[in-house]
Ligand binder design. Structure first.
Ligand SMILES: [Zn+2]
Length: 474
C-alpha cells in the first residue's frame, strides 16, 4: 500500500476514546505514515500535510462493527417487515440459497462502501452465505476493493460447520486468501445448536488449529440457548476473543461463563428489537461485567450505520430500566447507561472484541490513523455541540460524516467518498436483484417482502366523541 501524505485535522472537538476518555476542544490531530503522530493544540504539521478544517465538528476514532452480513446488502430493505421466522424462510428456502459468487460480491461491495461512508472503518463481515470457495473468493475480492478494514467471519449456513470447515476447499481458500492476505482478520462463523452430541466440536478444533476466534449467534430465541454455551464451556472452547452475537436470551449462568472466559457480546439492538432474538441485553450484561461491542447485523432489514446502533442501544437499555422499575412501583432517577458508554462500545469496544485494541479504536499516538470527522455546517442539528457524546449518539447521523481516514488515507472527503466506484457497486446489485426476481418468480418475490398481517384485536371503546363546539349534537 502506498504511503499517504500526512493529514491534519485542525481545531476540532476531539473525542480520543483513550483510557480516560480525554476530550479536547479546539484541538488538532495529525496522522503521518498511517498512524496518529500527535494530538494537541496548534500542532506543527509537515509541509505536505493535507489540512482539514474540523472547526464546528467532532473528531473521533473510526467506528467498528463486529457483526454485519454484508452479502445481504444486495437486498437492502427487502425484509423491513420480517421476523426471524420470515428471515429463515428467505435464507434457507428462497433468495439466500440462490446467491451466486457474483451476488455475494455485489452485496459485499455495496455493504463495505456503505460502512465506510458512514464512518465505520472496521467491519466484521459475518459471511455465512459462503456455499463454495468461489463464493468466499468473491466475498474477499469485494472487501479488498474497498479501502476500509474488514475481518472475514467465514460461514456457510447451508452445511454443518463440521462439514465445511473440514473441506479441502476451505483449507485451500484459507491458504490462498487469508494467510498473509490483506484482511484485518479472520474468524469462523457458526452457531451452536445445543445438540448434546456437540457436532460443532470439529469446527471449534479447526479454529483452534488455525489460531482464529469463533463468532457465534448465541442466545437467540428459538434457535440457540444456554445448552450451546454450556457445551462450549465444557469442551474448553469458550476462549478470549470469542464473540457472542445477540446473547439476548441467556441465563445468568451463561453470562457468568462468557465474562469468566474473556469473551464479549456483540449487541445488534435494531435487530434484536425487530427480529425477536430477545431483548437487547446491555441492561443485563453490565451486572455480569460482560464486555460489549455494537453491530448492525443486516441491511436486508435495518440501517447500516452505528449512529443508529448507539441510539437504539441507549433507548432500549433505558426503556427496560424504566419498565423494570415501574413494575416494582419505583422511579428511575438516574440512568445507568450513558451516551459516553455507547460511543465507547462503537469504537473501543469493537477493537477490544476483535483483539485489535493496541492498533485501533482510539485516537492515541502510535495507533493506526482511523479517524472520522462529523461535521455538517449546513445542518441545524450540528450546533450547539454541548454534550459531545450525546451529540454523536442522538444528534448526528451518517449524512454528517464529513471526512473518513483509514490508516492515514483519506477515503471520504467533504462528504464524498474518494476512489470508490459507486456506479459499479450499483450495477452489481442491480443485476443481482434482477437475477433473484427472475429465479424466484414475481409472485414469490412479492410474497417474500409482504408477510401475512395477523389479525389485530380492537377493543370496544366505551366513549363517543361529541362535538359540543359546533352545536350539531342537538
Ligand atoms: Zn447475524
Amino acid at each position: 500500500m502506498s504511503v499517504a501524505r500526512p493529514v491534519i485535522f485542525r481545531n476540532g472537538l476531539v473525542l480520543t476514546m483513550d483510557d480516560t476518555h480525554t476530550v479536547l476542544t479546539g484541538a488538532d490531530v495529525l496522522a503521518v505514515d498511517g498512524r496518529i503522530a500527535a494530538i494537541g493544540h496548534h500542532l506543527t504539521a509537515p509541509d505536505d500535510a493535507e489540512e482539514i478544517d474540523a472547526s464546528g465538528g467532532i473528531v473521533m476514532p473510526g467506528m467498528i462493527d463486529t457483526h454485519r452480513h454484508l452479502w445481504q446488502t444486495a437486498m437492502r430493505g427487502y425484509g423491513a417487515d420480517w421476523t426471524l421466522t420470515q428471515y429463515f424462510v428467505w435464507y434457507y428456502l428462497e433468495s439466500g440459497r440462490h446467491f451466486r459468487p457474483e451476488d455475494i460480491h455485489a452485496g459485499n461491495l455495496l455493504g463495505a462502501v456503505e460502512a465506510l461512508d458512514a464512518g465505520v472503518t472496521t467491519t466484521v463481515d459475518w459471511s455465512h452465505g459462503l456455499q463454495t470457495p468461489q463464493h468466499a473468493d468473491a466475498a474477499v475480492d469485494a472487501l479488498e476493493a474497498v479501502p476500509g478494514r474488514f475481518v472475514l467471519a467465514y460461514g456457510n449456513i447451508q452445511q454443518g460447520p463440521w462439514e465445511w470447515s473440514a473441506s479441502d476447499g476451505f483449507r485451500d481458500f484459507h491458504r490462498r486468501r487469508i494467510d498473509g492476505g490483506r484482511l484485518e482478520g479472520f474468524q469462523l462463523a457458526f452457531d451452536v445448536t445445543g445438540d448434546p452430541a456437540f457436532p460443532e466440536k470439529a469446527a471449534f478444533e479447526v479454529a483452534r488449529e488455525l489460531g482464529v476466534p469463533v463468532t457465534t449467534h448465541a442466545g437467540v430465541w428459538g434457535a440457540t440457548n444456554d445448552d450451546g454455551i454450556r457445551l462450549m464451556y465444557e469442551n474448553g472452547f469458550m476462549t478470549p476473543g470469542t464473540v457472542y452475537v445477540h446473547a439476548a436470551t441467556l441465563s445468568a449462568d451463561s453470562y457468568h461463563r462468557i465474562a469468566a472466559t474473556g469473551g464479549s457480546v456483540s449487541v445488534s439492538t435494531e435487530s434484536e428489537q425487530s427480529a425477536g432474538q430477545g431483548y437487547p441485553p446491555t441492561w443485563a450484561l453490565r451486572r455480569y461485567g460482560v464486555p460489549v461491542s455494537l453491530s448492525m447485523d443486516s441491511s436486508v432489514w435495518w440501517s447500516g450505520d452505528l449512529f443508529t446502533a448507539m441510539r437504539t442501544t441507549l433507548s432500549a437499555d433505558r426503556s427496560r430500566e424504566h419498565l423494570e422499575a415501574h413494575a416494582k412501583q419505583e422511579t428511575v432517577t438516574h440512568h445507568h447507561l450513558r451516551a459516553e458508554q455507547v460511543v465507547d462500545w462503537a469504537t473501543r469496544g469493537g477493537a477490544k472484541a476483535l483483539g485489535l485494541d493496541s492498533r485501533l479504536g482510539a485516537l492515541t499516538v502510535g495507533r493506526q490513523a482511523d479517524i472520522v470527522l462529523i461535521k455538517n455546517d449546513a445542518s441545524p442539528a450540528m450546533f450547539p455541540i454541548l454534550h459531545p457524546y450525546g451529540h454523536v449518539a442522538f444528534q448526528a447521523q451518517r449524512g454528517d460524516v464529513h471526512t473518513v481516514v483509514v490508516g492515514g488515507t483519506v477515503v471520504k472527503r467533504d462528504g464524498r467518498l474518494v476512489g470508490v466506484d459507486l456506479a459499479a457497486a450499483r450495477a452489481g446489485v442491480d443485476s443481482t436483484v434482477s437475477y433473484l426476481r427472475e429465479t424466484l418468480g414475481e409472485e414469490a418475490w412479492l410474497r417474500g417482502q409482504n408477510p401475512d398481517l395477523p389479525q389485530a384485536e380492537l377493543f370496544d371503546n366505551p366513549y363517543q366523541y361529541t362535538d359540543y363546539g359546533s352545536g350539531s349534537h342537538e
